[in-house]
Design a protein around this ligand. Structure first.
Ligand SMILES: Cc1cc2nc3c(=O)[nH]c(=O)nc-3n(C[C@H](O)[C@H](O)[C@H](O)COP(=O)(O)OP(=O)(O)OC[C@H]3O[C@@H](n4cnc5c(N)ncnc54)[C@H](O)[C@@H]3O)c2cc1C
Length: 444
């Protein structure tokens, strides 16, 4: 008989874990909501396809693609348009194209001349302080200077984590950047060394942004269809108990448990079993985020929506984190002659703004789009997707916290934590960790 495994949470992490262990175990997936997918939802309305959260994954890491190939649904993949590589930053009253290549960087006036010269001095920056978990802002200021930190790196941290660069841990949030410093002694040196190996390497995120024909939820639907016999929707797990060497959940006994729910939910379930474990799980905070989707007539724009969208540095004092030009990134996200923009509000930077009422949020976003993009037209459609606990924050000290969690978990054989709260928030990271979780439990 196969071992019985409970998987708690049917977001991408829970479903992918269940999928990879399907031949080795009998899985039951418990999901509190009436639909699987967690953050990965796509709404279709009036011909618009609006993502609640992620709009795709990058192909520079293989994990999501591997899953898609394994599922045999490659024909559903949708590659972003080439112009989506263009990204913008709002600074000093206008959008600046984010430079990708060294020459473009020196010709761009996004940074002042002293700011650009300071970046030039990056190879001579002091080495990382030994044994310290630096914040993203500390790292960027040390290597690239304060201005580059404020205009390039801080907005990137807000774009990926909706977080504050002075609180987020570089090692935990952007391990590759830290690795490049360690391996090559600096970022410029790393860039040149990597370009020697692969001439197309640039400072922009690698790989192609990729989604699915009907939005990211398509992947969830394919996974859920494969696992439909194992999925229990509308079933919130309150506690996980240990009885006679097995785990008791909802009155059933399991040999192993994978908690693929957010860290705060995991903490609640595990409090009775191990109060220390629950306390550490509670230490992983989440940033609230509101995604405001707006549909416009394509003629409403003063400028072409020729790119991915833009980010807004904190020092600009604006009330949005950035905007994604979704209908320019993927074909079919808006009806012919229309355009879809999604604007991110809140995050750790301005959590109170994410919690505004829908009407206030739409009004705020319209005011901000007027200032940042010169867009004053009335949208023909507006929707708000709000998540109080949107994105986990890997604060300075996160890796120590993970070590403590691992030590505590060692006392509970077969109990695993696997969600975006621990080792990466991207869909690729979630797929990688899910594959590893299945492998570690069953040596697959
Ligand atoms: C606005 C936004 C934009 C993003 N953009 C991108 C992007 O473009 N690219 C990218 O790669 N990533 C992006 N991400 C990140 C990515 O979407 C998430 O990290 C990923 O979807 C998280 O998946 P998960 O399964 O770990 O967690 P979740 O999706 O949070 O799933 C957890 C599941 O557990 C369930 N659950 C909770 N408590 C219980 C309980 N007690 N019992 C049973 N079930 C429970 C929940 O209902 C949920 O379904 C974005 C995230 C957000 C919020």
């Amino acid at each position: 008989m196969k071992p019985k495994v409970a998987i708690i949470g049917a977001g991408i992490s829970g479903l992918t874990t269940a999928y990879y262990m399907r031949d080795a175990a009998d899985c039951v997936i418990f999901e509190s909501q009436d639909e699987p997918g967690g953050t990965m939802r796509s709404s279709r309305e009036q011909g618009y396809v609006m993502e609640w959260g992620p709009n795709g994954f990058l192909t520079n890491k293989p994990y999501t693609l591997e899953l898609v190939r394994d599922l045999g649904c490659e024909e559903r993949l949708l590659r972003s348009s080439d112009s989506a590589r263009k990204r913008y930053v709002f600074s000093a009253g206008r959008l600046h194209r984010l430079p990708e290549k060294p020459l473009e960087f020196f010709l761009s006036d996004l940074l002042s001349l002293p700011g650009r010269l300071r970046v030039l001095a990056e190879p001579f920056a002091p080495a990382a302080p030994p044994g310290r978990d630096e914040s993203v802002a500390e790292f960027a200021s040390r290597r690239l200077g304060k201005e580059a930190m404020q205009k390039l790196i801080e907005p990137m941290a807000a774009g990926v984590f909706a977080g504050n660069a002075d609180e987020l841990s570089l090692q935990s949030c952007f391990p590759r950047i830290r690795e490049l410093e360690t391996l090559y002694g600096g970022l410029v040196k790393a860039l040149f060394a990597l370009r020697k190996k692969k001439p197309e390497v640039s400072a922009a995120p690698g790989g192609a942004l990729t989604s699915f024909d009907t939005g990211v939820q398509a992947l969830i639907e394919v996974l859920a269809a494969r696992l439909s016999g194992n999925l229990r929707l509308n079933t919130r797990v309150e506690t996980i108990e240990r009885r006679e060497g097995r785990y008791a959940i909802q009155g059933e006994a399991f040999d192993s448990v994978v908690v693929a729910a957010p860290a705060h939910a995991a903490g609640r379930m595990l409090r009775g079993l191990d109060a220390g474990l629950a306390e550490d799980l509670d230490r992983i905070p989440y940033a609230p985020i509101a995604v405001v989707a707006l549909g416009f007539d394509a003629n409403a724009f003063q400028r072409p929506l020729d790119g991915f969208g833009f980010l807004v540095p904190r020092q600009e004092g604006r009330r949005i984190l950035g905007a994604l030009w979704d209908s320019s990134v993927f074909p079919g996200r808006s009806p012919q002659g229309k355009a879809l923009i999604r604007v991110m509000v809140g995050g750790a930077r301005q959590p109170e703004l994410a919690r505004l009422r829908e009407k206030e949020l739409v009004a705020l976003v319209r005011e901000e789009l007027k200032i940042t993009m010169g867009l004053s037209a009335e949208p023909e459609l507006s929707r708000v997707f709000f998540q109080e606990r949107g994105i986990p924050q890997y604060l300075v000290g996160h890796s120590r916290l993970l070590e403590r969690l691992e030590k505590r978990l060692a006392a509970y054989p077969g109990l695993r934590l696997n969600s975006n709260a621990y080792r990466g928030v991207s869909l690729n990271d979630c797929c990688r960790e899910s594959q590893l979780t299945a492998r570690r439990l069953f040596s697959i």
